[in-house]
Design a protein around this ligand. Structure first.
Ligand code: GLN
Length: 310
């Protein structure tokens, strides 16, 4: 396992990949995401002992988007246990894009194949307990606040509203799953909770802290306090390996080998057991929806420090 990375090393790697910030495209299907600055680039490493090193636009916040799916899965597992959660959502990669509707109809039994694709994540968010939308959102926010140690964590209202107003595909997936009894609650309420969950904003250091908790088997790095039961943290990291980078998870596992979860904001969360969490952010995406510069940076970090878990 690698030793600690200095700020100078991290900064050098960031400078090396910087010329690539203009490659790829910002996600535009959520209109508010287009306001992100394509030149933004940030990286952070949070170790399991709580130490952190960060470079780039460290003061900026960005929305988690699909990165939030790992954390909502942990909360749903804590709310309901493994058996119930996996009665509604499967454990297998799809090989399809994250927004695909195709396998919902063709797979048998009719449930989304895993919690990292949109269909599966919607089914998971439907399970988050609470008497109404605001209590469910508040529970999600409080979970993120506990994990990052920052009580001011909130969602970006503009991004949440923008996604809610244009979530035609996620609505379709949800109404389909309402018909097949995977979704129990009201679909419009589910979409409101889901869009707010995806719009939760963090800094790069908070992103890497989420990874550090998972890397530390669910325990808060500095205190050792259990925030996620170890077994559930393991389930989350395993999905990051098999499904976290959408339909590029296989090649990413070979090339980088770090359990990771990507989001269309350009954020990627990495987590290496016993080492720590890695956050990278750069809004321009490749055709699979992964941050171009983020991928390069993770590969650089993994190569230079032998962080691949394989
Ligand atoms: N909120 C986004 C959506 O559901 C998240 C997708 C993503 O980051 N891949 O479309």
């Amino acid at each position: 396992m690698s030793q600690k990375i200095t700020k100078k090393q991290l900064n050098n790697w960031l400078e090396d990949v910087k010329p690539l910030v203009n490659q790829g495209k910002i996600a535009s299907y959520i209109p508010a995401l287009e306001r992100q600055d394509p030149n933004d680039l940030a990286v952070s490493i949070s170790y399991v002992n709580g130490d952190t090193v960060s470079c780039g636009v460290t003061k900026k916040t960005f929305t988690l988007q699909s990165v939030s799916k790992v954390i909502s899965l942990a909360l749903a597992l804590m709310d309901h246990g493994e058996e119930y959660v996996f009665s509604k959502v499967g454990m297998e990669p799809t090989g399809d894009p994250f927004y695909s509707i195709a396998k919902l109809e063709t797979s048998n039994p009719s449930k989304p194949l895993n919690p990292m694709i949109n269909a599966g994540a919607l089914a998971v968010t439907d399970m988050i307990k609470g008497k109404d939308v605001s209590e469910r959102v508040e529970r999600l926010l409080n979970f993120f606040r506990n994990l990052t140690g920052d009580s001011s964590i909130h969602y970006n209202t503009e991004v949440a509203t923008s996604e809610f107003d244009t979530a035609f595909l996620n609505r379709s997936l949800s109404y389909f799953m309402k018909q097949t009894n995977i979704i129990k609650g009201d679909v419009e309420e589910l979409l409101e909770v889901y869009c707010k969950q995806c719009a939760i904003e963090v800094t790069i250091e908070q992103l890497s802290t989420l990874g550090a908790v998972l890397a530390n088997n669910g325990k808060e790095p500095r205190t050792g306090r259990e925030l996620i039961p170890e077994h559930f943290a393991r389930i989350c990291k395993t999905f990051m390996v098999t499904c976290g980078m959408y339909d590029a998870s296989g090649s990413f596992a070979i090339e980088v080998g770090i359990p990771a979860k990507s989001g269309v904001s350009g954020a990627i969360l990495g987590s290496v057991k016993g080492f720590g969490g890695i956050g990278v952010y750069g809004p321009n995406l490749n055709e699979k929806g992964n941050s171009v510069v983020g991928l390069k940076l993770l590969k650089r970090i993994s190569d230079q420090t032998q962080l691949s878990i394989f």
